[in-house]
Design a protein around this ligand. Sequence first.
Ligand code: ATP
Ligand code: MG
Length: 584
Amino acid sequence: MRMSKMYFRTLREDPSEAVIPSHKMLIRAGFIRKEASGLYSYMQPGWRVLRKISQIVREEMDEKGAQEIYVPILTPKELWEDSGRWNDYGPEMWRVTDRHGREFCLGPTHEETFTDIVRTDISSYKQLPFFLYQIQPKYRDEERPRFGLLRSREFFMKDAYSFDVDQEGLDRSYDIMYDAYNRIFNRLSLTFKPVEADTGAIGGSNSHEFTAFSEVGESDIVLCDNCGLAATVEKAECVDAAPQDDVEMLPLEEVETPGTKTIDLVAEYLGLDKKQTIKALLFVTYDEETMEENGYVAAFCRGDREVNMTKLVNALGIPEHCIAFADEHEMSEATGCVGGFTGPKGLHDCTIVVDSELPGLKNLCAGACHKDHHYINMNYGRDYTGDIIADIKLTKEGDPCPCCGKPVHLTKGIEVGQIFKLGTKYSESMGAYYSDENQQRKPIVMGCYGIGISRTLSAIVEQNHDENGIIWPVAVAPFHVIITVMKPKDEEQMRLASEVEEALKKEGLEVLTDDRKERPGVKFKDADLIGIPVQITIGRRAGEGVVEYKLRREEEKQEIPAKEAIRRAVDLVRKEGDGRCFIK
Ligand code: ATP
Ligand code: MG
């Protein structure tokens, strides 16, 4: 491909809304263009990378015997009513209505469609097990689309589904996909880890997220170097502080604490450690169907802790979009809470959720539900109780590991894929049954397996860049070699460029030749920004057949004969490109 003919342009400036490297660089390098919030066009190089990632995913799925199909992006409301998710899914679901008033959604995921296909086609155990998958755009009306392809409203996903006769079958299918995912993310040159995950809106029992390590990631991961625990903070159990069984309960006392609306202020005012206080968080909940307010929730944890929203909604048994922070004034009238001075004693008409470690802790300080007053020496059972007691707290750096007790550490990552054991959630609600050897009717046991193809593209850039631009791993690079011609007007230079280009193409390599009439400085800058792995520069020694050879990821440049440069480039791509990652 000649750059002078290519529909393509790089930008000098970072786009103003981009804050993370992959977003900035993919736009500046001309790989993607923003069309609207969370909606991107892929220009030629970006689309080539996306196709290569898809190709690797496809090869590994096919290798495991999964069969690729295509289903419509638009899915009818009735399917989602069958599974109960039309309401559960919430505002992220992109709903549309046809000219006859029939409702549909742009698929945010496709459990319903795949279950529908299988429920009409499968009748006997002899037809099971199998995997189906597809690669296509998904739509989610994200509350805050951001970070370019990392959280967009249209994004590419590979979604696969497994169908088995029983739990053991599902366990086997899950292991097969787990293995495929490890192979895929290794081939994509990502540094990643499978971590135990919460099952969220999808439902089911076990789940793993495949997390690419990155500072800009939105997933918080709990890791234990001692026992190998790896889990998302939503999933990781946070160990309760040891119960203070031998501490005596002191008499409850209401004390004046003027203006101490935060834990820090009240702890300082009373000379207490924050661990001796109780923190309150106030929420309003909504009905899943009508989305009308249907109650208040007060959640309490130790003053030095934070509440984890996923754990809280799981404890309440409601979807995440059915809860929001409450308006203190409105809630105050209904429940007796007082902003900044709310405690579990004195509240009425609301669901009280108490973190699991509080009942074991003695003589705590909490808001008295009177302005400028707190209680001291609050004790569970005697002074307050909860409607729900559950682990709703967030794990912090250094907390004891729930498996071995050693201190854990926290790190950030990008969730590039997630796999779930769904069990019979969808087959039972949607009626996907088979008959076994004894003519018994049984629900098909399902798993589902997603990879964010476009998010993965961004994650690769996050892990592979420097201050000058992207450094593509060979396996997914849009082209393998960039030939920069210093003076395209010079016939000798262009002749050698063409020879090198042809020789590389003959070996199957993908070559981009920068023959634009730009200053060399501009071309070198662009070559670094675009990040093609091998950089061959043809300049004043073209007559002698000598070129400059450099790898994007290394500092060192060498002047070598063109033949040697070709040999090196071919060797590199054979070795690191798996020999398989070419645009077909
Ligand atoms: P998140 O928690 O980041 O919102 P999710 O858990 O809702 O993601 P899944 O339903 O598991 O996502 O979807 C499968 C994969 O699709 C995810 O692992 C992720 O890689 C990708 N994905 C999900 N939402 C987006 C998005 N808005 N933009 C890009 N990729 C996404
Ligand atoms: Mg997920």
